[in-house]
Design a protein around this ligand. Structure first.
Ligand code: FAD
Length: 629
């Protein structure tokens, strides 16, 4: 069988912020690097990011610093975060934003010419470096420009622009290959013509983003089928925190064709308020105890905060996303929703029209074009949408290394950094911080190799057979299996979960796994979306099984995991991480409890005792008291 073959030192799968930043780093460390992406180069989720990148630069409020950002991130994640990742992220994010500026990014400015920073949910100070509401676009543009600059350098030095960094776009990776325990390459196909392709490489960086397409209502686009999560599992790596899924509180709810499309949190950061069908700003009724002292208890105080943050507390519309999403869900369930099943998000009565158009140009355009709603004149209807997965590949915080030698992961596909809930804006900075670290980790792994692992012809033959199998079957339509899976996950493992429903979902997933073995795709290998979906199904099913199994085990509510039957947050459960791996026979997922490593002394003492006691066990509190003495 004809297979196109390439040899690289590092192959980065994914060309969003994490993948590009990793590839730039690997190339800067002198490694021959390939960037492989399923969609067009430049069309990754990162490009859709609106609000900004969180970095404690202190440009708008000089009280901000890495320690405040670290505390906010840990609080947002309800203390389940990998604290080392949260520490590195808070310390390094400002440098990564300044580096972007040095590479040509044009951020919005403050009056005195510094990079402007905006407010976002869960961030104590204005912290999101942004470009209007199109920050992801500027981030991707800048990183792509940096790739081109490196290629121009290579053209001059080696007479070949692609000598050290080359992009393979519209190319899907379906399997990682191994030599013994170590990574030896990646296998995939060109989406356009269906031809097969093999990358022989000792180091792979996964940067494949999220899993949203396992749900019906999602802000994610077609690529986000959990490929990297599944590739890692199949290669023998572990996933952690898979029960934690972020349902963004504000997705569009109308018209049905656009249901789930994101309405940026910047709308609330810039003054937008949430109201129910009775016109009530209901978020004041939903401030949880752990946040009571940090949020305004009256509309007047909340409104004053926009202009005087030193003397007022923030409005509860800016609570972390999990809190706002649950509140909207409760209002709709209680019959106080909008006609199309959402609530109202209003900025029209809060800012002058010209200001709305200046600050939120994409939102203005999106609502006008898709829903015929002018957000300068009327309220938007919004509701929760599956947006982001906190869970992902278990990695070493400093290097991005997974449990399999030669495998690295960064960005949304990795797990740990955000704990049980990610703060808005912390993803773009995560991509830059950990993309760079994974690129460095992969490069130094390659440097340390005594011998290059070999790709076996047997593993290539197996991967080819697996990739072509759906074309050789005239079985069930993959779209039907996909719809069934999306419906199952949305209804039974969604924003509010119950033991019986999650168990029912797991039974359904088992049946869908059997059906997926028989899905067939009519037609040829030339641009055949049915075939592509048939291959993606394996990944979505593996990911869904992880999500449902971990959701069933975790008997508490925390961040992006709410159990109707266990509504409280439990200090005991905070000490545990759920880790998913493939069963030895490869037929499913096994989940085991891991003990969470205790936070380093100098980090835990950044918190007040009164706050810690809301989250940690008596035993941990005693250890903290002993430290404080
Ligand atoms: P992505 O940018 O998702 O890129 C993944 C890449 O992997 C793509 O190139 C894709 O083609 C490729 N890929 C996937 N599978 C394969 C495969 N099998 N083979 C080859 N290639 C593959 N976060 C913030 O911090 N601030 C915001 O303002 C913000 N706004 C957002 C708005 C929207 C609408 C969405 C959807 C998300 C937003 N987020 C925001 C979240 C953030 O954008 C994402 O979490 C982040 O961009 C993920 O980046 P990544 O580099 O991990 O992956």
């Amino acid at each position: 069988m004809e297979i196109e073959r390439h040899e690289y030192d590092v192959v980065v799968i994914g060309a969003g912020g994490a993948g590009l930043r990793a590839a730039i780093e690997a190339r800067q460390q002198g490694k021959r690097t390939a960037i492989v992406c399923k969609s067009l180069f430049g069309k990754a989720h990162t490009v859709m990011a609106e609000g900004g990148a969180a970095a404690a630069m202190g440009n708008v409020n000089s009280d901000d610093n890495w320690m405040v950002h670290f505390r906010d991130t840990m609080r947002g994640g309800k203390f389940l975060n990998n604290w080392r990742m949260a520490e590195l992220h808070a310390k390094e994010a400002p440098d990564r934003v300044w580096e972007l500026e040095a590479w040509g990014a044009l951020f919005d400015r403050t009056k005195d010419g510094k990079i402007s920073q905006r407010n976002f949910g869960g961030h104590e100070y204005p912290r999101l470096a942004h470009v209007g509401d199109r920050t992801g676009l500027e981030l991707i543009r800048t990183l792509q420009q940096r790739v081109v600059a490196l290629q121009q350098e290579d053209e001059k030095l080696h007479g070949d622009a692609e000598a050290y960094i080359k992009v393979f776009q519209e190319c899907t990776v379906t399997r990682l290959l191994k030599d013994g325990d170590a990574i030896s390459g990646a296998f995939g196909y060109w989406r356009e013509n269906g031809k097969l392709i093999l990358f022989d490489a000792p180091a792979i960086v996964l940067a494949t983003g999220g899993i949203g397409k396992s749900y019906v209502v999602t802000s994610n686009s077609w690529e986000y089928t959990g490929d990297g999560h599944a590739l890692a599992l199949l290669a023998g790596a572990n996933l952690i925190n898979m029960e934690f899924i972020q349902f963004h509180p504000t997705g569009m709810v109308w018209p049905p064709s656009v249901r789930g499309i994101l309405v940026t949190e910047s709308v609330r950061g810039d003054g937008g308020v949430l109201r129910n069908s009775e016109g009530k700003r209901f978020m004041f009724d939903y401030i949880p105890d752990v946040f009571k002292d940090k949020y305004a208890t009256s509309e007047e105080e909340g409104d004053r905060w926009y202009t005087d943050q030193a003397n007022n507390r923030r409005p509860p519309e800016l609570l972390p996303r999990d809190e706002v999403a649950r509140a909207i869900n409760s209002e709709v369930k209680a019959g106080r929703g909008s006609p199309q099943g959402g609530v109202y998000l209003d900025v029209s009565t809060r800012l002058p029209a010209a200001e709305i158009i200046k600050r939120l140009p994409s939102m203005h355009h999106q609502f006008k074009e898709l829903a015929d709603v002018d957000i300068t004149k009327e309220a938007m209807q919004v509701g929760p949408t599956c947006h982001y997965i906190m869970g992902g590949v278990e990695v070493d915080a400093d290097t991005g290394a997974a449990a399999v030698p030669g495998l690295f992961a960064a960005g949304e596909v990795s797990g740990g950094m955000h704990g049980s809930n990610r703060l808005g804006g912390n993803s773009l900075s995560d991509l830059l911080v950990f993309g760079r670290r994974a690129g460095m980790g992969a490069a130094s792994y390659v440097d340390g190799l005594a011998a290059r692992p070999k790709v076996s012809e047997e593993s290539v033959a197996k991967a080819s057979m697996e990739a072509l199998a759906p074309l050789e079957r005239s079985g069930e339509n993959p779209y039907e299996v996909h719809h069934e899976l999306q419906r199952t996950m949305n209804e039974l493992v969604g924003i509010i979960r119950k033991s019986e429903e999650v168990s029912e979902a797991l039974e359904a997933v088992e049946k869908l796994k059997e059906r997926a073995q028989n899905v067939g795709a009519a037609g040829s290998r030339i641009y055949n979306p049915g075939w592509h979906l048939a291959l993606d199904l394996r990944n979505m099913l593996l990911v869904s099984e992880c999500v449902a199994k971990a959701a069933l085990l975790r008997e508490e509510s925390r961040g992006g995991h709410t159990r109707d039957d266990f509504p409280a947050m439990s200090a005991e459960w905070r000490t545990k991480i759920l880790r998913c791996a493939l069963t030895p026979d490869g037929s499913g997922i096994a989940v085991e409890e891991q003990v969470q490593t205790a936070m380093r002394d100098d980090l835990i003492t950044l918190f007040d005792r009164d706050e810690l006691k809301k989250y940690i066990t008596e035993e941990e509190l005693a250890a903290f008291d002993a430290l404080a003495k």
